[in-house]
Design a protein around this ligand. Sequence first.
Ligand SMILES: C[S@@+](CC[C@H](N)C(=O)[O-])C[C@H]1O[C@@H](n2cnc3c(N)ncnc32)[C@H](O)[C@@H]1O
Length: 654
Amino acid sequence: MEKRTLHSPDLTARNIERIADLFPQVITESRNAEGNVTLAVDFDLLRQELSDHVVEGPQERYRLDWPGKRAAAFAANAPIAKTLRPVREESVDFNTTKNLFIEGDNLEALKLLQESYLGKVKAIYIDPPYNTGNDFLYEDDFAQSSADYLARSGQKSETGDRLVANTEANGRFHSDWLSMIYCRLKLARSLLADDGVLIAAIGDGEHANLRLLLDQLFGAENFISDVVWQGGRKNDSRYVSSGADYMLIYAKNEMQLGDLGVRWREPKVGLDTALAKAAAIWSTPRNDDDASARWKSWLKSRKAAGEITDSVARYDQLQPGTGRPINTYGNITWPGRGGPTYEILHPITRKPVSLPKTGWRFQKDEMDRRIAAGQIWFGPDETAIPRGISFLDETSDQVAISVFEQDRKAASTDMRNLMGEIVFENPKDRRVLARWLRLVTGGAKDALVLDFFAGSGSTGHAVMDLNAADGGHRRYILVQLDEAVAHTDYNSIASIARERLRRAGAQAKKAAGLLGASLDVGFRSLHVDSGNKADVLRVADDTEQLGLDALELSIKPGRSGEDLLFQVLLDWGLELSLPIVRESVDGREVFSVDDGALIACFAESVTPEVVRVIAERSPLRAVFRDDAFESDAARINAEQLFREVSPPTEVRTI
Ligand SMILES: C[S@@+](CC[C@H](N)C(=O)[O-])C[C@H]1O[C@@H](n2cnc3c(N)ncnc32)[C@H](O)[C@@H]1O
């Protein structure tokens, strides 16, 4: 049976594997700090492969650099001896929900999620600290070597107390923020699906830096938009009221989106109301001119009230004869020179209409077809050049523009209504999040959405709203530090977010009535914590002092079977939201994950009966505690039994 070490993947090793795929000849062996032989890259050979494309030394080059960047890149790659421990009491619908709420540092959480969620996330939304001078930044542990990193990271489980104020007086004000965000974004990118998209909210302070950093991490060719959210106005501003912040949008791979024919569109705001109003105007006694005048004035008033946008207001005429709202501004002339020229007769005067200088946009056949279909507008006589008509009821979708106005205070009012008070300052507006998440996921109803600066959980709430609105099955993963708050009911921002999600979920379920039965309003609560194994990857000296007996008792006291199960899920790269059934076999707790994808028994001793029952169910994977077998012979017998009863099962111990 294979025995697992249970720590997060070593991303440097993964990078070496990638280089080996491209240039196997540059891979060599070397000894690491612990004296073990490992694979390494021979840079001299790699340099030769890239010959005139290598930039070295002080030569000028285009890049964003800051002190600490290399350490941050190292921190992103170094493995950690940590795990995610489930907390049933904090969760809602633990057994069935597909949503995850992770409490802890997001750098660690992102590392732990690498195997299970590699390339699976459709959209990432983050709203990190903007570095305004009043923000706290998490103090990352930029240790020197991987082994050091592992040993140190395994010891700490407290997180909230590692937040330090980052004031502008700090000589490394921007560098510290960049290091913090760099390693996290680097890890986050690999979780994105090939057609995945990142939205990063940011304020004026780090907007320029973040854009350059994302150009570097995602590739400037994957930049999609820099959306400006005008959220308010301060009339007492000395120069300009800068109530804006930004959303930088990057695709993981824009070319892939293009190849898939992806087009981001959203329903026009107020479309249904407008169509109903047009029909009402048309059905009351009228002459056509009067109807169009009433329609125009209705559009004007609704646009002023913010109930419709230009995308509807542009359809400012009712088509004579049908009453359909139309716009008659389509250009049907040839772009450039040398388009087709032919005669078109005006429908009333029967004289040829003016011919545009560049010719018509369509060949005669197509023009005749459009005229017959009522898609061409003619002026009162032949002197006006005809134009194209489009119909409001045929263009229900619109493309988003990169500026929008929405009062930022509305989200705080929302929060007060739900929680009874404002327990979190400046939450993001969940309507804005829902709108943009829906857009960038191309309306995919099963999208997995990640927010690793979750704050009060607005992203989770927005995902629930989207599902409630269209019956979708989108899922979320939120990560939030246990940042302390001074409140009698909540001890951390994470606990505020969980309570908000509970209340929002109950509210959404109630509002959905009978349809609410299939709405997933739950979440599995998980905490980043030190690994379950007491002595994972100890440095050599420590091992000698402890003695081998102590090492054998390798699971930390107080760790439950479910704790071990989640570490195994991470280790095996299985999703943490898979359905889990707990049962008892021969008096031992047995977990069956996803109907036999994995069966686990972490009892301190297993009997041949337990092994037999599990083997007979032919799971894809089976796992036991390494010390659960009475003797080596018992372990070998178990292996033998699996080989006979269920040869495909992959059996492991921890
Ligand atoms: C600007 S707030 C996000 C607000 C959120 N969008 C909302 O609507 O409630 C940023 C959040 O990131 C959290 N945070 C900062 N550093 C973190 C880290 N290293 N790991 C996890 N969360 C972190 C902070 O505690 C804070 O709640």
